[in-house]
Design a protein around this ligand. Structure first.
Ligand SMILES: CC(C)(COP(=O)(O)OP(=O)(O)OC[C@H]1O[C@@H](n2cnc3c(N)ncnc32)[C@H](O)[C@@H]1OP(=O)(O)O)[C@@H](O)C(=O)NCCC(=O)NCCS
Length: 191
């Protein structure tokens, strides 16, 4: 079994969450944060599709075709860009990536996306994914990371604020799905 170093602050934080501490520790002990690998893309795709089908967290409600998603992931990995997966027993249960803008006058900026399967949320894994991605983005040469997050997504907003993202705008009625509007925060962090 993999050894995990937990701090007192980690344990204390787990105690504030609803799931029993043992359950949280199990997930933390079996889930690894790794740099993405091509062979894990089909599993990543399943995780992306699951979060998309929840309809309320990320813009897409169905994933694009696997080949298209694989193309983007491989291209980012191919240039050693910032893309990490959370993997539990060989299965991708979460991801975090930053895609640099393509326009050369904007390529100092990158756009962040992330998600975890429902049973892996609220256990500190979002923080464990985001930290290496931001480090990597800086080493990659990006100067700024940006993202869009729905105002209803309080855990995500809390996570981004914790990592120093600041609100740069409020886009009212940014999205309309099934007659329901979603306001959206534009957030950014200088690296
Ligand atoms: C957003 C997401 C990646 C966050 O990951 P996570 O593992 O759940 O987040 P963490 O457990 O690391 O918690 C991050 C912080 O938010 C806080 N938080 C969690 N839920 C919260 C809530 N409902 N309200 C306020 N703060 C909350 C946590 O306490 C933690 O802060 P702390 O470390 O100071 O205690 C995850 O919840 C997720 O995948 N959600 C669905 C997909 C999604 O929203 N993607 C992002 C789209 S922009």
């Amino acid at each position: 079994m993999r050894r995990v170093n937990l701090t007192f602050a980690d344990i204390n934080k787990f105690c504030l969450h609803n799931p029993p501490v043992s359950e949280v520790l199990d997930v933390i002990m079996t889930t690894q944060i790794i740099y993405a690998k091509s062979e894990l893309i089909p599993s990543f795709y399943e995780a992306l599709a699951a979060v998309a089908r929840e309809r309320v967290y990320i813009e897409m409600i169905e994933p694009p075709p696997l080949e298209k998603v694989a193309g983007f992931q491989n291209e980012l990995m191919g240039k050693n860009g910032p893309v990490y997966y959370a993997v539990d027993n060989g299965k991708v249960v979460g991801w975090c990536d930053v895609f640099p803008e393509e326009n050369p006058r904007q390529s100092h900026r990158g756009s962040l996306g992330m998600g975890l399967l429902p049973e892996y949320r609220g256990k500190g894994l979002g923080s464990k994914l985001l930290a290496p991605v931001l480090d990597h983005a800086k080493k990659f040469g990006l100067e700024k990371v940006e993202l869009h997050v729905y105002t209803t997504n309080q855990p995500a907003v809390a996570l981004y604020r914790k990592f120093g993202f600041e609100q740069e705008g409020l886009l009212k009625k940014y999205r309309k799905l099934d007659g329901r509007y979603f306001d959206c925060l534009a957030m950014g962090k200088f690296l």
